[in-house]
Design a protein around this ligand. Structure first.
Ligand code: 5GP
Ligand code: MN
Length: 339
């Protein structure tokens, strides 16, 4: 994989570009895709954004979100546009399986493939150009860097700013994680100068649910959460019947995994949701517990040090039992005094 900067002098020549991201795109995935799309369009490129699956309603306010092609609902149009592309940007994921059924099409595409991502253990050999930097707060920060480092800061307008800001807010837990560095805050200051309305972005991301989602959260916290004080850990397991009863939609369960962390002393939170095709795990830790390693080793997943995801083909009760069996082997690590 050659460095992304090798592409900068080619940005002037208009090309057919496809941008894609991971399944069920979140604020960083959608924000980086649309921020890059708007930027490349301002340079005269012909750009199509393709999502591997549908996405949460709370990213639909982003400029351009409604023109994104949902691969699962439009396989032929997606395959055709990828076939025609000169460049394929892959954002906020680093291995093709994160795009589910779109993966073989991406793997077989003959165009130039470009990776921009901040997760651990990238599959760099699948890409021609790119940047993989786990120290970055978000892929949106990396798109900002690309725009600035290629000498195009003046192309950032209020629309691009709101897309990029959304991803930074999402991935830094609203600037609380240590990934929210001084350069991230400087970037936000520049985005404000470009006309960013940050209140509108927060409301779009966090005040954009239906009543049933809030009632669902109450139900889950009361009835589906277990706390294991001896391991400083908490677990939430959500059966399919809850999702149906509360009419839960894509994106409605986002953020739930963070809530048990408000309990004093909790270091690790795990949540497992019974989806149709698999049991989907999310892991969040505080301090020096490595979620990426934990998800990789036990649940076919990965991600970041303090935030990772995984999956299981077992039933919900089986995979929950697996988790509970593993937990004691981490007792020492989860009880280690923090610096
Ligand atoms: P979430 O729990 O919000 O779905 O994901 C947390 C982080 O882990 C995100 O950065 C996400 O991209 C990554 N992640 C989630 N699920 C998986 C997975 O199955 N495999 C890998 N490699 N990463 C994942
Ligand atoms: Mn991200």
């Amino acid at each position: 994989m050659e460095p992304i900067s090798s592409l900068f002098n080619q940005l002037q020549t208009p090309r057919k570009v496809v941008i894609t991201t991971h399944q069920k795109p979140d604020a960083d995935a959608m924000g980086s895709m649309l921020g890059l799309k708007l930027f490349l369009e301002s340079m005269g490129h012909q750009v199509t954004a393709v999502s591997p699956t549908n996405w949460a309603g709370w990213v639909n306010w982003m400029p351009g979100a409604r023109e994104v092609i949902d691969f699962e609902h439009n396989k032929q149009a997606s395959a055709e546009v990828i076939k025609e592309a000169d460049w394929l940007f892959c954002l906020d994921f680093n291995i093709f399986y994160r795009t589910k059924q779109l993966a073989p099409i991406l793997a077989e595409a003959s165009c130039v493939k470009i990776l921009i991502d901040h997760h651990q253990q990238p599959d760099t050999q699948s890409f021609n150009y790119g940047i993989s930097d786990t120290s970055k707060s978000s892929t949106c920060e990396m798109i900002y860097d690309l725009i600035v480092e290629s000498g195009n800061l003046d192309r950032i307008d209020a629309n691009i700013a709101s897309c990029l800001f959304a991803g930074v807010v999402g991935d830094t837990g609203s600037f609380r994680f240590n990934s929210a560095t001084a350069p991230v805050h400087r970037m936000v200051a520049v985005l404000k100068d470009k006309g960013l309305d940050h209140t509108k972005v927060y409301e779009g991301l966090y005040d954009n649910y239906l009543e049933n989602r809030l009632r669902f959260m109450g139900h889950v916290l009361t009835n589906r959460m277990e706390v294991f004080y001896e391991f400083n850990a908490a677990l939430i397991a959500i059966p399919k019947s809850d999702l149906l009863k509360y009419q839960i939609r894509t994106g409605d369960t986002d953020g739930l995994v963070n809530l048990p962390h408000s309990i004093q002393g909790i270091r690790l939170v795990a949540i497992c949701i019974d989806r149709d095709e698999e049991r989907k795990w999310s892991f969040r830790s505080k301090g020096d517990f490595d979620c990426n390693q934990f998800a990789r080793q036990h649940f076919e997943g990965g991600g970041h040090f303090n935030a990772a995801g995984g999956r299981s083909s077992q039933s919900l009760s089986e995979t929950v039992e697996t988790f509970k069996k593993i937990l004691p082997s981490y007792q020492e690590e989860l009880n280690k005094p923090q610096p």
